[in-house]
Design a protein around this ligand. Sequence first.
Ligand code: SAM
Length: 275
Amino acid sequence: MSLDPRKKPARPGGKRPVQGGGGHVARKRFGQNFLVDHGVIDEIVRAIAPRPGESLVEIGPGLGALTNPVVERSERLTVVELDRDLAARLRKRSELNVIESDVLKVDFAQLATDAGQKLRIIGNLPYNISSPILFHLLPIADHVVDQHFMLQKEVVDRMVASPGNKDYSRLSVMLQWRYDMENVVAVPPESFDPPPKVDSAVVRMVPLPNPPQVDLAVFEKMVAVAFSQRRKILRHTLGAWITEHGLSTDFDLQRRAEEVPVAEYVALAAMVKPG
Ligand code: SAM
């Protein structure tokens, strides 16, 4: 313990600097849980396999747990960080292009255009806004090679679930329409400082080369309606939507939302003429 009277001792359970974080205290409102387990960090970096010349973008670099080993391999890296103090630290490094911003305001299509190639996007995401980030990136999937994201395990389970599985949900349909997805690394709470209350996992998302054509706004609305009462048969929910859009279809409404394959949802949404 320090004998320096100017230094307050850390309160057990109170705010204390992050392990190896040069005095940084984690900010809960920014979803800050920093990776500190080097075995897990190596496993994630191996799954990403960064290479020089690629246009890599990291969301939420924080104290650099992933940033450092990734930029060692890729030589250049663009990072998007909202925390002003962390962004200021990162700006001191010439190999990083630092965008100090809310990721939900970043134009990733423009980043890809500026880079002259598709992006590889990575990040240990702030869990409080992980779904909004996934939906922010969905319309620009054409500009992406792949995405590797750390998320709550429960969210990854929903993303990759098949029809009939209890985790098959709105998120499964909305993302499986556009990406091939795989759970690649399991990460326990003790790999972070401070540890989150939930298990985590890294998902790899690769945009499908020829996704079926559908109006994203129509599709999103329709899937939300279908899953609004997932225990009931679809006659009560999607039935009304089909009538409202004047569609003539033999879509089986005696099923529940969790039983319908993604392709059938896409085909139904594609029947709506762009208005
Ligand atoms: N990558 C680091 C690691 O693995 O240790 C930090 C991950 S921490 C879970 C999430 C990071 O995202 C933090 O650095 C946080 O400041 C940043 N962040 C939170 N909200 C953000 C937002 N809206 N836009 C950009 N970055 C954000």
